[in-house]
Design a protein around this ligand. Sequence first.
Ligand SMILES: Cc1ncc(COP(=O)(O)O)c(C=O)c1O
Ligand SMILES: [Zn+2]
Length: 382
Amino acid sequence: MFTRLTHLECPACGRSHSVRRDVSYCVCGSPLFARYNMKLVEEAAQSNQFPSTENSLWRYADLLPVRPPSNITTLGEGWTPLLFANRLGKHLGLQNLRVKDEARNPTLSFKDRGISVAISKHLELGSTRFALPSAGNAAVSVCAYSAAGNAEADIFMPKDTPKAFFEGCEMYGGIIHEVDGNISDCGEAMAKAGGKWTNLSTTKEPFRVEGKKTLAFEIAEQLDWNIPDVIVCPTGGGTAMLGIWKGIEELQQIGLLERKTPRMFAAQSEGCAPIVRAYEKNSGDIEPWTDAETSAFGLRVPSPFADRLIMKIINQSEGGAVAVAEAEVKPMMKLVPRIEGIDICPEAAVGFSGLRNLVESSIVDYDEEIVVLNTGSSMRYG
Ligand SMILES: Cc1ncc(COP(=O)(O)O)c(C=O)c1O
Ligand SMILES: [Zn+2]
């Protein structure tokens, strides 16, 4: 169980980059992807040595970037249940609905996957201080993993983020910067502050996506090395979309999955739906959304940095992007716990409501195998 990482590659222009301290994105403006010696991982898979039996996402360490296992900063993230949601499925008109329950992660959201992997790798490369703009969940996660890795964390969060996210950051000893505005304004405030830190902004460094790709590894493994017909991702910056797609491609390369792909759907709130607008206009670029406002704070990303890659995945997978009325968020947050016993965050409520819209418009069929990401818990939203 050790990494087969070789280099970084730009999926847009094909340039190769070495793995070095403070690596960010490509000179052409695209996010970078980690690449591995797939031949060696294929051999490990054939001899049943990949995945390992570790009860966390580190069971896939061969395809994660950290070198010796002693460099891993872990709080037990990942390897979350894929729950069969029979009653919710029936309610939505579906026979085969499953929920990947990411609320079980150490700081209550799927952000822990990317943050554990990224912080482990950047610590290995010599970083001692991290910073990021965040809608809340990633901030708490960075503070927790920085504490675990004995590093400092500077967090730039919108002032109107629910109090419990600030309290979570404080509990783990993070340095908090409150910003008047949304996540884009937080990014600007962070650039202006200009500290000597490693920038962990969504898709502006390559290793958070590596953690997120384990979502695909786990879903496939939990379905006995099959892939569902449809995956619905509540999408803001798009790390889950990118990670899941990359994860599926890698499993296919090492022969653990056949060359069938799921249709990937991004769900957004009508209050901030730049991906849905680009999809409806059939545009490869995403124009920034003005006056972004939604109670699903993690989806309030007016201008995702990975825009072209997100649109490419939607198109290649023959998926789509679906918007949900803000008025649907609260009722869905009540419905799912009541009929399934699953605690869901507002972002996931957008995912489930988006799925309902897809069923109602016959884009998704009742007998398809569907997975929705419950990206986090409701507990910090007040
Ligand atoms: C709970 C939750 N779900 C979904 C998202 C969106 O994830 P991504 O930015 O990877 O698209 C976020 C991001 O903050 C989040 O906190
Ligand atoms: Zn490039």
